[in-house]
Design a protein around this ligand. Structure first.
Ligand code: BEZ
Ligand code: FE
Length: 292
């Protein structure tokens, strides 16, 4: 092996990291070494700056617990989470696009009948979401599961409330004609957690730390690719600057204001409320994959 110079160091490191039997790990580590060296060659950090970066990563790791994942948040605000999501969910034209799941999904939400209220007792303006779940061929999908979660009308998720019962989340099931009816409240935009190392970094930028108002959905039906996505409120002040790059054009919906009166779920609502209409489209899995 030739001795090290500034000029040959990257090639030497790449060559050394070829010594990995697993071909995928070898590919990953070769790219990691190559791009990390390119980054350092471009930035030329001082020792103090390199230590500051290592210190930031160390403190980011120290913040991670079962309830908090600061590295995922870092990946979210850098746009990496949405890129990984896009690469792994290249769906057929017309299928509902995906977005990141985010940290607030809770497994095991109660199953509610169509039209039941998942925001019982929560603050906020009433909102009814109606639509269908269909395949890309337009055929309705019966019995699709819609796992739904969102903030209440004060911008808080269950994890941010001191509650013992499920809060602002439920599972609905599409009817025989593919239709669903959800009663909830209008979500509002909120800030990502700013009290950690990601917040510390964001405060040194002029980047918005807000997410536009949205409702999260995880849709599943046998034989179809699952879809994790959000519906965003058109006109939201943060729609063009979502801090986690989650907004896709096909996921922006109108929240149509309605006068007090009878809602599509049969409820009499004695204040103005909002109606959202959306048809989800799922792509069938390949036959071979579906059989597997
Ligand atoms: C969310 O929508 O719940 C979320 C997604 C990514 C980072 C923070 C929050
Ligand atoms: Fe969210």
């Amino acid at each position: 092996m030739p001795y090290v110079t500034e000029a040959n160091l990257t090639d030497l490191a790449i060559e050394r990291w070829q010594q990995i039997p697993d071909p995928r790990l070898r590919q990953v580590m070769t790219a990691a070494v190559k791009h990390l060296h390119a980054f350092v060659r471009e930035v030329e950090p001082t020792p103090e700056e390199w230590f500051a970066a290592i210190d930031w990563l160390t403190r980011t790791g120290q913040l991670c617990t079962e309830k908090r994942q600061e590295f995922i948040l870092a990946s979210d605000v850098l746009g990496v989470s949405m890129l990984v999501d896009a690469i792994n969910n290249r769906r057929a034209t017309g299928a509902t696009p995906t977005t990141v799941e985010g940290p607030f999904h809770v497994h095991g939400s109660p199953e509610l009948a169509n039209g039941q209220n998942m925001a019982e007792g929560a603050p906020g303006v009433p909102c009814i979401v109606v639509g269908t779940v269909r395949g890309t061929d337009g055929q309705p999908i019966a019995g699709a599961l819609l796992d739904v979660w969102q903030t209440d009308g004060e911008g808080l998720y269950e994890a941010q409330r001191a509650v013992d019962e499920p809060w602002m989340r439920a599972v609905y099931r599409s009817a025989a004609d593919g239709s669903f009816v959800i009663r909830t409240v209008v979500p509002i935009g909120y800030t990502i957690p700013m009290d950690g190392t990601v917040g510390e970094l964001m405060k040194r930028t002029t980047i918005s730390h807000m997410r536009p108002a949205h409702i999260h959905f995880h849709l599943q039906a046998p034989g179809y690719h699952p879809v994790i996505t959000h519906l965003f409120r058109r006109g939201d002040e943060y729609i063009d600057t979502d801090v986690v790059f989650g907004v896709k054009e096909q996921l922006i919906v109108d929240f149509e204001e309605q006068p007090p009166g009878k809602a599509p779920n049969g409820d009499m609502i004695d204040e103005p409320w909002y109606l959202v209409r959306y048809d989800f489209v799922l792509e069938r899995k390949q036959q071979a994959a579906a059989a597997a």
